[in-house]
Design a binder for this molecule. Structure first.
Ligand code: ATP
Length: 258
């Protein structure tokens, strides 16, 4: 099956510190991955390597069939959407929600290009898909944190990326908003034309069924990877967190207890 991301023997060293060690990871089309790791384990570094913002000390990086080192990274980045909470602070809060979404087509902060009818139509469809079409025409600043996250995902989808990175997408959300956002993501990722999603989280219960694969990173190394149902076990998680953990599967999601 088609490879979306392929990291081969990737190392990243900084001032003698080994931040990533010998990462082998293949993401295939049709799969959606959860990336699980404690603070400082190396998740963001991996994402920065995939998006070409940092260069590995050693190893081979292939994204969407293109080997890094032989490809224009700006062109690559047009095919990769990255939603993180730091993006929220950068956007103009007075902008209307539809402008925030439509400007994703040009990956710009603010909307400077002419908007076509098709752009508006596409923004509406995406907002509908993410369950936030009722926000059309609202100033972005009046939206709740959960609504803003949905808008940012719609914004990333405006550029029709092949790869979508959702980086701690539920940060700052209350329980209900988080569940609403996860339901939208589940819905989105289940569409046949969905981009491949990489979902970074600290929370195991956020690994919804559509994230059929999980990569566990610990201290810059792959601790375990594979089918989520195979790796999210009492044994693996206890060993990963270095403390006894019990897993309870409910609604095809793993909930953990200490
Ligand atoms: N440029 C750098 N120079 C030195 N150390 C770095 C650099 N970039 C990252 N690190 C270190 O590498 C480690 C991994 O960082 P990274 O941001 O990838 O972790 P993370 O898993 O994304 O963490 P979090 O969940 O807290 O965001 C951390 O200890 C960090 O301090």
């Amino acid at each position: 099956m088609e490879q979306v991301v392929h990291l081969e023997q990737v190392f990243y060293r900084r001032e003698k510190e080994e931040i990533l060690k010998n990462i082998h990871w293949t993401v295939r089309k049709g799969d959606h991955w959860a990336l699980l790791g404690l603070n400082g384990s190396g998740k963001t570094t991996i994402l920065n390597i995939i998006t070409g913002y940092i260069w590995p000390t050693l190893g081979k990086v292939t994204v969407l069939g293109e080997l890094y080192g032989t490809v224009d990274l700006r062109e690559m980045r047009k095919q990769i959407g990255w939603v993180s909470s730091s993006l929220q602070e950068k956007l103009y809060s007075n902008d209307k929600t539809q402008n925030i979404v439509i400007s994703g087509k040009h990956a710009s902060i603010g909307l400077y290009e002419r908007t076509t009818e098709q752009d508006v139509e596409k923004a509406k469809i995406l907002m509908e898909q993410l369950g936030c079409s009722h926000l059309f025409d609202r100033p972005y600043q009046t939206c709740s944190q959960g609504e803003k996250q949905k808008l940012l995902i719609a914004r990333a989808l405006m550029a029709s990326p092949k790869l979508l990175i959702l980086d701690e997408a539920t940060n700052g959300l209350d329980f209900l908003s988080r569940e609403a956002l996860l339901a939208s993501i589940q819905q989105l990722a289940s569409q046949p034309d969905s981009p491949t999603i990489l979902y970074v989280t600290h929370h195991i219960e956020e690994i919804i069924p559509v994230f059929n694969r999980t990569l566990m990173i610990r201290r810059g190394e792959v601790f375990e990877q594979g089918a989520s149902s195979d790796v999210l076990t009492n044994e693996t998680l206890s060993s990963f967190f270095e403390t006894p953990i019990r897993v309870n599967w409910h609604n095809q999601r793993a909930w953990i207890y200490k």
